[in-house]
Design a protein around this ligand. Structure first.
Ligand code: HAM
Length: 454
């Protein structure tokens, strides 16, 4: 075996989710599945890697995600594969491949799992991150645009997040976009020298993406650029109007952001991103503070606050042409993705209280070799009877074990010594009063249940 010179660390941009943090993940996953299932979404799990061509065709070859951020590799069989940078493309592929076109439409699917992007890691931006996605495929009714946004907001509210705002825009269909493209070119071409290097390239490849640039000098030019919303065709205009009317009815807080274009080629019509407006932040001193979102960040896994630009909790939009583009029938669709690492970071920052995953009521203390031999079986009997039990079997001293019981905050401790093990009895200790009684071992489950009921 090769000798390692220094300890191997977690790869850059990835992190371990430790037991103390799992309560957040459990809460988020259960809120997601409760809300998704009650809105009629069925769970789908697609592979964590797909043929690279899938992402090139759907997300787009000239996008940052495909061009710069994909983990791509050649398999031993010579196939070009990529770790999934996002979930929508895989779901659209699965929809076609599994004949879901023949099911009653629309088909509503949700998923959760890790995604991979080679990004410059920073607070809230990782190379392996976790997303939940909701997709509604096979219907172009604007109510479904509102439904995915509503489901997103409901999930966040179930998780105790406050002050959400949805930034809304429409990027139209192919028809209105081609008119708008000419308008953009007319505006940007004379100003090309002032653009950043990426935008100079975008001007040739996909001018719409100029509106997505976060570089200071491009932001300044963007302020006076034409808005697509002023160049929509009749159909796109009424679609967007209807989506906003549905949002008004559900009282979802939103604002219009005419420069929101999103980074993937598959989007059409509605696009949106969800942010926290004013964050109630728990400061380093443990007290809540309120800061503008622009000044802070969500830091998945670290409760300390950092200062940087605001990050979206999630986003999404319509992708009416994707299924057809991938070889399926015409199946207009809409969906959203939530960044779970950011959602959990935001829960911590807003001081959301999350119950522990496991809270034992009873602690099993063993003393002596015979007792130790019997305690594993007894532990399992208690567990099977639905009693939440804890132990510290490696410790032999009663003092140490009772201290552990105290730390766990149990109501009762069971003490099984050598004598008790021989006599077939066990001591039940009330942790609050310290009172003890000896009871027959065979009746312990019944006795515990009665005591815990009180
Ligand atoms: P996206 O905006 O690329 O959309 O990602 C959705 C969310 O995933 C982001 O808003 C963010 O919260 C989180 N996220 C993205 N990249 C990272 C990262 N490097 N580190 C941490 N979190 C990250 C999509 O992926 C689309 N598939 C959403 C969608 C579904 N559109 C239609 N259906």
């Amino acid at each position: 075996m090769a000798k390692i010179k220094k300890p191997i660390q977690v790869p850059k941009g990835t992190f371990d989710i430790l037991p103390d943090d799992q309560k957040y993940w459990k809460k988020v996953r259960s809120a997601v599945s409760d809300v998704a299932q009650s809105y009629g979404f069925g769970r789908i799990d697609t592979p964590m890697f797909e043929y690279s061509d899938l992402y090139m065709a759907s997300v787009g070859e000239a996008t940052d995600v495909v061009e710069k951020q994909m983990y791509s590799f050649k398999s031993k069989g010579g196939d070009m594969l990529s770790l999934r940078p996002e979930g929508t493309a895989g779901v659209a592929r699965a929809y076609i491949e599994n004949g879901m076109t023949n099911l009653p439409q629309p088909v509503k699917l949700y998923y959760t799992g890790p995604m991979f992007r080679y990004e410059q890691p920073q607070a809230g931006r990782f190379r392996q991150f976790h997303q939940v996605g909701l997709e509604i495929i096979g219907d172009m009714d604007p109510i479904y645009d509102a439904e995915v946004i509503n489901a997103f907001v409901v999930i966040c509210r179930e998780l105790g997040l406050q002050n959400l705002n949805v930034e809304m825009n429409t990027i139209g269909c192919n028809k209105c976009r081609s008119d708008f493209r000419s308008q953009l070119l007319r505006y940007y071409k004379p100003r090309a020298a002032k653009l950043c290097r990426d935008c100079k390239r975008r001007l040739k490849e996909n001018p719409l993406r100029l509106l997505d640039c976060k570089e200071e000098k491009c932001e300044q030019l963007k302020a006076h650029a034409p808005n697509l919303i002023d160049h929509l065709c009749e159909e796109c205009h009424s679609h967007f109007k209807a989506v906003l009317e549905y949002l008004d009815e559900t009282e979802i807080p939103y604002s219009l952001n005419p420069h929101l274009v999103r980074g993937f080629d598959y989007y059409t019509k509605t696009v949106f991103e969800v942010f926290l407006e004013d964050e109630h932040i728990v400061g380093d001193d443990g007290h809540p503070r309120t800061e503008k979102a622009e000044q802070s960040s969500y830091d998945g896994g670290n409760e300390k606050t950092h200062r940087r630009s605001k990050l979206a909790l999630g986003g999404g939009g319509r992708y009416d042409n994707l299924v057809k583009l991938l070889g399926g029938k015409d199946a207009p669709a809409v969906g959203t993705g939530l960044g779970l690492d950011r959602v959990i970071g935001a829960m911590k920052q807003q001081g959301v209280k999350v119950p522990p995953i496991y809270k034992p009521d009873v602690f099993l203390v063993q003393l002596g070799a015979l007792s130790k031999k019997k305690c594993l079986k007894l532990y399992e009997e208690l567990r099977q009877a639905g009693i939440a039990v804890a132990e510290s079997f490696g410790k032999d001293s009663i003092k140490t074990q009772l201290r552990a019981a105290d730390r766990d905050g149990v109501i009762l401790s069971l003490i099984l010594g050598q004598k008790e093990a021989i006599d077939g009895v066990i001591i039940v200790r009330d942790m609050a009063s310290g009172a003890q009684e000896t009871v027959p071992l065979e009746k312990i489950v019944k006795i515990l249940k009665e005591k815990l009921k009180k």
